[in-house]
Design a protein around this ligand. Structure first.
Ligand code: GAP
Length: 451
């Protein structure tokens, strides 16, 4: 079973590289661990996912406001948020090679449940059970490792110039709560949404894009009356299910995990992790947390600025509480690729295709002339291509190899429709449309197709 899962992961990684979805970062220079580059098709898939999210959660709602905050933020943000002190993972070192690993991962791999254990308990568990590094060597005691990437801002390199690449987009939202309140004064509940890069110096990035050092998040901070947080939490729980369905993830492969207190992030009073059956196993796809007033109170205490919300037409004031659905883009991409990756048999041969929804597919139509050496066919096909491209944008011209090869190639990148201009087109203005999922072909007039 494990081998089968690894095989599927390898097939997806290989297809992603071969077909121009995702390449290892800095590949030509030997790579940089934990970084990935999205190629021409990958960037389209990723953007389609991000646009769908923005439409569902910002544009289609009355109570949401978008922001796009700077990645570099005042160091005070990360002190007040608790990230400087507590955004850590447990680290152990191979005493021979000096290679570093996450203690909890090594213990999990060895069949233990390390969640919620402190440093000393982790060290003890490793010693008592003689857990070795993956190289077979003895391990150091467990210590904490802060995952934020430190940098300096400006020409002077001293304490005051320290900054960090943001480890979550959330803080860029909280720091703009007061600005949006002053500009729009929305009714409660209301939310701020942001998409953008986040950086974590993961001790051991692994499993393709699942755990990277640079990745993208789509986060919502939803501000509510403290007395109504449970209602809002339930609302967002339902919205998360709508999202996983919109991505085309089968419900039976998505699981809710009520995170026990000991394992929750330092700011959370309730968290549900939404897990997905990735080829690497059941792992976190996204999180839904009740952050109470942790962040706004931190800002208020650190800056002395009042974060109260005054309920319109009353004298009632309070610091709102926050429900936070937090989505990772790379994990969404990986889940979509996992769910879409399909093999079937066509004419006695195994066919691989990505069963992507029309909305997410990087290419909606591929257009080709039946043969390349008949100028009148090529010209007609170009006309069809131009018209479709004007309408849908994501349309590909594909005249490489024979028709069978073109279909296979388009299947592998998830193109729902292949349009072929043939000799009959010149006679009656109809084209062949071949559907990816069924491999069925039908004829349709060019006008019908375009309209
Ligand atoms: N603001 C809350 C927050 O950042 P998180 O659970 O640490 O919560 C949210 O991260 C989501 O970001 C995760 O559910 C996952 O989808 C994504 N994510 C976190 N770390 C990641 C990493 N190293 N690589 C890829 N995605 C990651």
């Amino acid at each position: 079973m494990a081998t089968e899962k690894n095989e599927k992961m390898e097939q997806i990684v290989s297809l992603a590289k071969r077909r121009g979805f995702i390449y290892p970062g800095s590949d030509v220079y030997g790579g940089l661990s934990g970084t990935w580059d999205f190629g021409p098709l990958g960037v389209s898939l990723k953007r389609n996912i991000m646009q769908l999210w923005w439409k569902m959660f910002v544009e289609d709602r009355e109570d949401m406001y978008g922001v796009d905050a700077a990645i570099l933020m005042n160091q005070k943000v990360w002190k007040a948020s608790g990230h400087v002190d507590t955004f850590t993972d447990p680290l152990v070192e191979d005493l021979e090679t000096k290679q570093r690993f996450r203690a909890d991962h090594l213990l999990k791999d060895a069949g233990f449940s390390p969640d919620g254990l402190g440093l000393e308990q982790l060290t003890q568990l490793i010693k008592d059970n003689d857990i070795k590094s993956p190289n077979g060597n003895a391990l150091s005691d467990v210590r904490t490792f802060n995952m934020m990437f430190k940098t300096t801002v400006g020409p002077i390199d001293d304490e005051s110039s320290i900054s960090y690449l943001r480890p979550e987009t959330a803080q860029g939202i909280f720091t703009n709560y007061k600005n949006v309140l002053d500009s729009f004064y929305p009714d409660l509940p209301f939310g701020l949404a942001q998409q953008g890069k986040a950086f974590r110096n993961e001790i051991s990035p692994r499993d393709f894009i699942f755990r990277s050092r640079e990745f993208e998040q789509m986060e919502i901070e939803y501000f509510v009356d403290p007395a109504k947080w449970e209602e809002a939490f339930e609302h967002w729980r339902q919205q998360v299910w709508k999202w996983t369905q919109a991505l085309g993830l089968p419900d039976e492969n998505v699981h809710e995990l009520e995170v026990p207190e000991a394992d929750r992030a330092h700011y959370s009073k309730r968290t549900i992790d939404f897990e997905f059956d990735f080829p690497i196993g059941k792992e976190e796809l996204l999180g839904l947390a009740y952050r109470n007033d942790f962040d706004l109170m931190n800002i208020q205490n650190a800056t002395g600025k009042n974060m109260d919300y005054l309920v319109k037409g009353t004298n009632t004031k309070f610091v709102p509480h926050v429900i936070e659905p937090s989505f990772g883009v790379e994990r969404a991409v990986m889940a979509v690729l996992t769910a879409a990756y399909t093999e079937d048999e066509v004419n006695g041969e195994t066919r691989t295709f990505l069963k992507l929804s029309e909305r997410l597919a990087p290419v909606k139509y591929a257009v080709s002339p039946l043969v390349r050496n008949k100028p009148e066919l090529v010209q007609k096909a170009r006309e069809v291509y131009d018209a479709l491209k004007k309408k849908h944008g994501a349309v590909m011209w594909d005249d490489n190899g024979n028709i069978g090869k073109r279909y296979r190639r388009q299947d592998e990148i998830g193109t729902p429709h292949c349009v072929v201009v043939d000799f009959q087109t010149l006679e009656d203005g109809t084209v062949t449309i071949r559907e990816r999922d069924t491999t069925q072909q039908r004829r349709e007039s060019i006008e019908e197709l375009i309209s």
